[in-house]
Design a protein around this ligand. Structure first.
Ligand SMILES: [Zn+2]
Length: 245
């Protein structure tokens, strides 16, 4: 009962806070942000080499190593790195009208952790005799995962079953969790903005295909993310939902 009361108080607090509208920029496929720098998460590979990236985005090797806190001469092949854009590139993008999306946080407290979701494969509730503590969103491997709300990363690492996982602590005792990631972009202690790219979708841990396992918790009680996320009409639901709600 105590827990339920705490959740109710938190929801009241959230509702009160919503009276102040605030416009924020969220990361887009074209422009993302890390540590106050505009740029993009790019995977270094045989085709997209470090040399290619430096030329394409107008940055230096030192810029990339410093911003990503990579020591020495370690090879980056296979890794995702955040590539800061040059002032010229940002200007040219702006002149073509390429900018990050602006959202009003007062409308929707939580942002969908994956852009353009049209179906979910599993919801909060009993599944095969076990309690499924979140929602599963199928997406292609490498699809960006974004922070639902601003907050501090309290866990970034591998959890048995959940694979590469992230946990972010928000105001009012809310926590969001993002699991089975191919890679996590942020580490414990990092402050993340709402809409910031924090990792990408994969199938690590106990998973049968590429998807994001997403949770919203309050005072460590798993809640139904669908009660908090905006714009659910038209969403394809798993069959189990019919029996559950
Ligand atoms: Zn799941």
């Amino acid at each position: 009962m105590k827990r339920i009361a705490l959740i109710a108080i938190s929801i009241v607090l959230v509702t009160l806070r919503l009276s102040a509208a605030e416009q924020i920029q969220i990361d887009s496929a074209e422009i993302q942000e890390l540590k106050g720098k505009a740029g993009k998460w790019v995977q270094v590979n045989q085709r997209t080499t470090l040399q290619y990236i430096m030329k394409e985005y107008g940055c230096t090797r030192e810029d990339i190593y410093a911003l990503n806190e990579i020591a020495g001469k370690r090879s980056l092949t296979g890794n995702y790195v955040f590539v800061p854009f040059s002032a010229e590139l940002l200007e040219s993008l702006a002149s073509r009208g390429v900018a990050r999306t602006v959202v009003e946080t007062s409308d929707d407290e939580f942002l969908w952790p994956v852009e353009k979701v049209n179906n979910i494969s599993s919801i909060l509730g009993l599944r095969g005799g076990k309690f499924h503590t979140g929602m599963d969103i199928p997406a292609e491997r490498g699809t960006p995962v974004r922070a639902s709300m601003e907050g501090r990363v309290v866990f970034s690492g591998y959890l048995s079953g959940f694979g590469n996982s992230l946990e972010i602590e928000h105001r009012n005792n809310f926590i969001t969790r993002y699991c089975h990631n191919a890679v996590n972009f942020v580490k414990k202690g990092d402050f993340v903005r709402k809409g910031q790219y924090i990792g990408c979708v994969g199938s690590t841990g106990n998973s049968t295909g590429n998807h994001l396992h997403y949770e919203i918790r309050c005072v460590d009680v798993p809640l139904d993310p669908l009660d908090f996320l905006p714009g659910k009409s038209g969403l394809l639901m798993p069959h189990s939902l019919k029996n559950w709600k």
